[in-house]
Design a protein around this ligand. Structure first.
Ligand code: IMP
Ligand code: MG
Length: 182
């Protein structure tokens, strides 16, 4: 692993914040069932931890999208690779995303899922790079607002690496991973 990685958020900080978010979601939906829709792959770990902090009947679904272009920059196009498996009509949906960057991915998914007439639609984002938004989108549940840095770990990757780091770390700009981490 690269020695250049710097911890931004520790596993303890992440766990404490997710417990708060889970409590808030359980209060907001007060006894009603919810469907957690994770955006693959980055949100998988967040969804797993968040779900266990929500004291409600919570079911899971997953969606997969790709954005074209350079790995670190969003090109502005979003393509659906895998849709949810269930009907969303009349359900309480919480879209679970690792990070809101430009907001393009979540804006696209919000539009798509709202068209299916859920009862409620909410967005949970572990991280929010508010200064980077190009879309008028806000998450209902935000773990942490972070500056414009590229982060890895806790599900988030650079070229598919680092997803399994337990802490959220900053990848220094200029890092060039043409394959495995050094
Ligand atoms: P958006 O569509 O620009 O909001 O980008 C959202 C997606 O870009 C996230 O779900 C991540 O997959 C990816 N992304 C944005 N910033 C980072 C980062 O700092 N680290 C890892 N992935 C990121
Ligand atoms: Mg993602």
């Amino acid at each position: 692993m690269s020695s250049e990685l710097k911890v931004l958020l520790t596993r303890e900080q992440i766990a404490a914040r997710i417990a708060e978010l889970g409590g808030q979601i359980a209060r907001d939906f007060a006894g009603e069932p919810v469907v957690l829709i994770g955006v693959l792959k980055g949100a998988a770990i967040f969804l797993g931890d968040l779900a266990r902090q929500i004291a409600l009947d919570a079911t899971f679904d997953f969606i997969s999208v790709s954005s074209y272009g350079h790995q670190k920059l969003h090109s502005g196009e979003v393509k659906l690779l895998k849709d949810v498996d269930q009907s969303m009509e009349g359900r309480n949906i919480i879209l679970v995303e690792d990070i809101l960057d430009t907001g393009l991915t979540v804006s696209y998914l919000k539009q798509m899922l709202l068209a299916r007439h859920p009862k409620e639609f909410r967005i949970a984002a572990l991280l929010d790079k508010k200064s980077r938004h190009t879309q008028p989108i806000e998450a209902d549940y935000v773990g942490f607002t972070i500056p414009d840095v590229f982060v890895v770990g806790y599900g988030m990757d650079y070229a598919e690496h680092y997803r399994n780091l337990p802490d959220i770390c900053v990848l220094p700009s200029g890092e060039n991973l043409e394959g495995a981490p050094s």
